[in-house]
Design a protein around this ligand. Structure first.
Ligand SMILES: *Cc1c(COP(=O)(O)O)cnc(C)c1O
Length: 375
């Protein structure tokens, strides 16, 4: 029998498959209970806008046709709504796809990317799968240390990934520190600024990457429809960069990487300002519910500007995760991010947040009982 592991490209063998959040249906079968709630994948609890649903139904008759590979209408809309120049856009099957395109253009054996400790898993994945090296900079208070990142740049560095805010920590970098960093980074080093949660952030000194791309040719900003726009299941995102970089990325992009449904949905989603604002409002309210509950329970958490909260239990969080599961609440363990004592909880609808808080109280008191009976 052939050892296929030996045949695999170096770098691939080091990877392990991405672990998605447990699907609701699977857990319902396992536990034999209904009405399970999933707060594990940072999805929009409101779902997609009603306008999007209508637009998708309208597309059904056209499904035999290939989608518009150039995403002409979407780029046009992005220009009208956000002032983005079409030649600067690269569309992706989710923004993860775009992250991979950047890596495929610029990384390879002998080259490296730099990431922060506790940063989004897709950066190591795309780096290593191309045979490039990954340099991890220790975090400060779970956030990215841009000074240390700058100091770590070498001749081999091609990409620095910055998630702003970062998943799973919810931490963010200020405009001031980002600008100092961008001013000092060599122009040959690409800075990928991942703004998957940008729509949720209201901090006055939070930088809008889209406004900076014109000033920094080596800056690539990524955005997604998966979070605030509630379209995670459709897989659509994009990057905004210097046109020369977009041109290179579009050379390696599969011609029809974004499907017709997704293009149609994204187009109208951008117009539904009310749904976006409602999503943000529900998130702000839910964030307050969860942080208030943590304060009341004496639990530490990492202040988050995203649509999720990462809670520190000060000890292995897996038993709490398991107890929450038994209560029918799915959250996300983040041991793979080097944070075994934390759990990440996505902000849900008010009733889902209440259910999580009640289950958490139950899980914690159960934990005390078990600890006592265990001596
Ligand atoms: C969710 C998320 C994304 C979005 O991924 P898609 O492929 O667009 O669904 C990108 N970056 C970070 C940090 C995320 O948490």
């Amino acid at each position: 029998m052939v050892d296929f592991l030996k045949l695999a490209q170096p770098g691939i063998t080091e990877l392990s498959p991405y672990q998605p959040g447990k699907p609701v249906e699977e857990l319902e079968r396992e536990l034999g209970i209904a009405d399970i709630i999933k707060l594990a994948s940072n999805e929009n609890p409101l779902g997609p806008s009603p306008v999007v649903r209508a637009s998708i139904s309208g597309q059904l008759a056209e499904l035999a046709r290939y989608p518009d590979g150039s995403a002409y209408q979407l780029k046009d809309k992005l220009q009208a709504k956000l002032g983005i120049v079409p030649a600067m856009v690269t569309v992706g099957n989710g923004s993860n796809d775009v992250l991979e395109l950047v890596a495929r253009v610029f990384l390879g054996p002998g080259l490296e990317s730099i990431v922060s400790e506790h940063s989004f898993v897709v950066y190591p994945l795309v780096t290593k799968s191309l045979g490039a090296e990954l340099t991890v900079i220790p975090a400060i208070d779970f956030g990215q240390d841009l000074k240390a990142t700058l100091a770590a740049i070498s001749d081999r560095t091609r990409i620095v990934f910055i998630a702003n805010p970062n998943n799973p920590t919810g931490t963010w970098v200020s405009k001031q520190s980002l600008l100092s960093f961008l001013d000092a980074v060599p122009e040959e080093v690409l800075v990928v600024l991942d703004e998957a949660y940008a729509e949720y952030v209201a901090e006055p000194d939070y930088p809008n990457g889209l406004e900076l791309v014109g000033d920094y040719p080596n800056l690539i900003v990524t955005r997604t429809f998966s979070k605030a726009y509630g379209l995670a299941g459709l897989r659509i995102g994009y990057s905004v960069s210097h046109p020369d970089i977009a041109d290179l990325m579009n050379r390696v992009r599969q011609p029809f990487n974004v499907n017709a449904m997704s293009l149609a949905a994204a187009l109208v989603a951008l117009d539904d300002e009310a749904h976006l604002q409602e999503s943000i409002r529900v998130n702000n309210e839910g964030m307050k519910m969860l942080t208030d509950a943590c304060d009341q329970l004496g639990l530490d958490y990492i202040p988050s500007v995203g649509n999720f909260l990462t809670i520190d239990f000060g000890r292995d969080a897996m038993p709490i995760y398991e107890r929450l599961l038994r209560e029918g609440v799915i959250v996300r363990p983040i041991g793979v991010y080097g944070m075994p004592n934390h759990l990440r909880v996505t902000i849900g609808l008010p009733e889902e947040n209440m259910r999580f808080i009640d289950s958490l109280k139950e899980a914690l008191s159960g934990g005390v009982k078990e600890a006592l009976s265990g001596g």
